[in-house]
Design a binder for this molecule. Structure first.
Ligand SMILES: [Zn+2]
Length: 199
């Protein structure tokens, strides 16, 4: 690889820092960009810059948005009395792909993990409590993954909201223990959502 001129080596190194991209793929992508038209390469560079400058977190659910409020939170066909609590935007995307859910979301931005020093103040639990207004919110679905941290986070939220008259449910069957939501096929996710259980 050292036989390449410096700009090629630099881009190979940058791309290989991306998840799932090894040195070989990075080299292939770099050479592809090199052979692309100046317009194509400029568009790619501009898209990356725009992504970083325009994307922020939705002020309601904390998913990615290019406005103060995201597309889902502003969609009039969405049931605003139904909140699905997930760890991150990838898990939200997994629930969305199932097409079986028509409420809105709350992105925690992590899971409780005392071993790693992650407590309730390190994820968006307080923000969820603020949203959990009885009368306004009918149901909160706890859709954190089924590993130790996911269960601990669901239990913590459950304990915090038990006294409200909001219906609290947990996604159910089909999600394997320790299962990562993003790897679950959309039918399994749909079933898990349909068969959620209350407390
Ligand atoms: Zn939102």
């Amino acid at each position: 690889m050292t036989h390449y001129p410096e700009p090629i080596i630099k881009l190979i190194q940058s791309l290989s820092r991306l998840p799932g991209i090894g040195k070989k793929t990075a080299e292939r992508l770099t050479l592809h960009i090199l052979h692309a038209s100046p317009g194509e390469a400029a568009t790619l560079a501009a898209d990356i810059i725009e992504l970083k400058s325009s994307i922020r977190l939705c002020e309601i659910c904390f998913s990615f948005s290019d406005q103060e409020r995201c597309k889902i939170c502003t969609d009039p066909s969405r049931d605003k009395s139904l909140i699905c609590v997930v760890e991150n935007p990838t898990d939200m995307a997994a629930v969305e792909k199932s097409k079986g859910y028509h409420g809105i979301y709350h992105i925690l931005g992590g899971l409780l993990s005392p071993i790693d020093g992650i407590g309730p103040d390190d994820i968006r639990i307080r923000e969820l409590m603020k949203r959990a207004v009885p009368g306004k919110i009918q149901e909160i679905i706890l859709a954190t993954k089924t590993n130790v941290e996911g269960e601990a986070t669901a239990s913590y939220i459950l304990a915090k909201l038990k006294k409200t008259n909001i219906r609290l449910t947990r996604i159910a069957s089909g999600i394997p223990m320790g299962g990562d939501l993003q790897y679950i096929d959309h039918l399994t996710m749909q079933k898990a959502m349909e068969k959620r259980y209350g407390f």
